[in-house]
Ligand binder design. Sequence first.
Ligand code: SF4
Length: 414
Amino acid sequence: MGPQTMIEKLGILADAAKYDASCASSGTTKRNSSGGKGIGSTEGMGICHAYAPDGRCISLLKILLTNHCVFDCHYCINRKSSNVRRARFTPQEVVDLTLSFYRRNYIEGLFLSSGIVKSSNHTMEQLVEVARMLREEHDFRGYIHLKTIPEADPELVHQAGLYADRVSINVELPTDAGLVRLAPDKSARQIEGAMGKVKSDIVEAKDAKKRFQHAPRFAPAGQSTQMIVGADAASDADIVGKASRLYDSFGLRRVYYSAFSPIPDASAVLPLKRPPLIREHRLYQSDWLMRFYGYKPAEVMQATEADGNLPLDIDPKLAWALKFRERFPVDVNRAPKEALLRVPGLGVRAVQRILASRRHRTMRLDDVAKLTVSIAKVRPFIVAADWRPVLLTDRADLRALLAPRQEQLELFAA
Ligand code: SF4
C-alpha cells in the first residue's frame, strides 16, 4: 500500500477522535449524502463544537495526532491489539491543516488528542510542538484544546497549558477497580496527580496575572475530563460521586460522559451492548443539577433507584421530587429561589423570571405556563394565586402521569 494522502489520514484521524466526548453532540439519527442525494450529513466527523470562555459556541477541528498506541485499553478502538487502519500526522501537518481550515473560516480552533506512540513523553512533546508552532510561529489566536497524557513528564504538561486555552486529562473510568481491569497501563494515582498539578498551575498563573500584567497565561479555559459510562459495572451513583469529587478536588470546568460503544474486535471483558444513550443524557442532567440548581451530590444520588442508577424514563430532578413529595408544593409567589429551582419543569431562566415578575404582580398558573415547556409537569409541584394541587402530589400514579411518552433528548431540559 502506498503512502497515505492527507485526505485519507484526515478521514482516519478525525473518525478516531469521535470517541472523545469533550465536545460531543450525540443522540440524533444517522443521515448522509454520500450517495449523491441531498446535502449534509449527521455522521461526519472532524469538526465539533465547544464553548469558549466568553460563552461563544465555536467550531473546532477535532483530530488525533495519531491513532497508533502502545497502550491496550480494552474499551478503545485505537488500542495496540485493535485491528484498525492506522495513520499519523506530523506536527507540521496538523499546523498546516488548522491554519488552512481557519483561513477558510471552517473552524475557530483545534481540539487535538493522540494515541501514545513510542512513549508518553514523545507523544506529549509532539502535541506541545503543534501548539507551540501555532502560537509562536504563526501567532495563532484561535482556541486550542489539548488532551494531555498523565504519564508524561509534568514539565511537558505544563508547557501544554502555556499554549492551550483548555487542557484535559481523561479519568476514563469511574472506579479505580474499573481502570485496573480495563486500562491496565494507566494509573488512577498518576491521572489524579497530573490533574492536581494542572489545577495548581492554573491557580498560580491567575495569581501571577493579578500581580504582573505580562505574566504568562495558563489554560485560561481551565481543565476538563471524560468518563466512559457502561464499560464497567459502576452505577450512576458511583459516577456522580466521582464527578463531584473531581469538581471539588481539581476545580474542573466540565466532566464529560461518553456512553461506551462496542468496537470491532472487542475484548471479551467488555459488555456486548452499549448502554442506552439516554443514560449518558441523565448523567449530564444530574451534572446540571449540581452545577446550576444547587443539588448536593448526595441529593442526586437520592434520585437513583435500588440498583444505584438514575431512572431512564424520567429526568433526575423529577425523580428526586417524586421521592421527596413532602417538600412540595412550592408557592411561586413566596418561595425562595432555592425551593423554586427544585420544581420539576422550571429551568434556571424561568425561576429568574418568576422572581423578577412577582415583584410587580401576583403570579397565576397561566403566568407560569408561559415560562415553561410543560405546565402539566410543573402543576403538581406549585401553588399559584389561582392554583393549589389538591392531593395531586400524593397520587401513587403521578410518575406514570408525568413520564414523557416518547423520550426527548433535550440536553438542557430542567
Ligand atoms: S492510551 Fe488512549 S489511545 Fe491508547 S488505548 Fe488507551 S485510551 Fe486508547
